[in-house]
Design a protein around this ligand. Structure first.
Ligand code: AMP
Length: 216
């Protein structure tokens, strides 16, 4: 299975990609995670990306394409993957097409996870990561018991540097201007599936599985 998850920031691409990875043994390629790791590791790429990401702008196409190439060439599971957060503009989509043609790894589907704008802002502004367990929690949606679990484990709820209101607004604008045109692009080549991304994680996952015609 080779799929792209498309959707606005906060639509749940990362969460759903993790579930697909777990259930179907896919390679999850998240350019956001790779870039955050580069920042933590203090690499050259991380240094270039840090301020751009904090502001909610897009990192250069060359940098993210390099990350994708490395991921697809170094992992043994490369035949099956879920891309989460890539491509984010038409130029990235074209580079990806060329790369996948060269590797003879055609895409099966691009799945748009569609979420209402009000929900997106709540999901992003309420998102916290537990410093101890690494679990993602939402101060508006998570059960109190999940929050307590983190605190009892001695963790703190950390907010991503780009989950402040200014950056969130910019990320949503960048999505509308640069990423949304990809919806028509994938509709035209017949690969697009649309999934309602509102509601609970498990419910959205069921819709996603159904849309791509697989069973757990
Ligand atoms: P995400 O974790 O997918 O929300 O991505 C966080 C941030 O990483 C984005 O706001 C961008 O600054 C950067 N980023 C992630 N993926 C890409 C991409 N494909 N192209 C450019 N920048 C990206």
């Amino acid at each position: 299975m080779r799929i792209i998850l498309l959707g606005a920031p906060g639509s749940g691409k990362g969460t759903q990609a993790e579930k697909l990875t777990f259930d179907f043994g896919l390679l999850q390629i998240s350019t956001g995670n790779l870039l955050r790791q580069a920042i933590t590791d203090g690499t050259k790429i991380g240094k270039k990306a840090k301020a751009i990401m904090a502001a909610g702008d897009l990192v250069s196409d060359e940098i993210v394409l390099d990350l994708i190439k490395i991921s697809l060439s170094s992992d043994s599971n490369q035949n099956s993957f879920v891309l989460d957060g890539y491509p984010r503009n038409l130029s990235q989509a074209k580079s990806l097409e060329e790369l996948l043609t060269d590797l003879d790894l055609p895409l099966d589907y691009t799945v748009l996870i569609d979420v209402d704008s009000d929900t997106l802002i709540k999901r992003l502004s309420g998102r916290r990561i537990c410093s101890k367990t690494g679990k993602t929690i939402n101060i508006y949606f998570s059960k109190q018991s999940e929050i307590d679990q983190c605190i009892e484990a001695g963790g703190e709820l950390i907010q991503r540097t780009d989950d402040n209101l200014e950056s969130i607004t910019n990320r949503i604008n960048v999505y509308k201007e640069q990423t949304e045109p990809l919806i028509d692009h994938y509709k035209l080549n017949g690969l697009l599936k649309v999934v309602d991304g509102n509601g609970e994680i498990e419910i959205v996952y069921k819709r996603l599985i159904q849309a791509i015609g697989v069973q757990i």
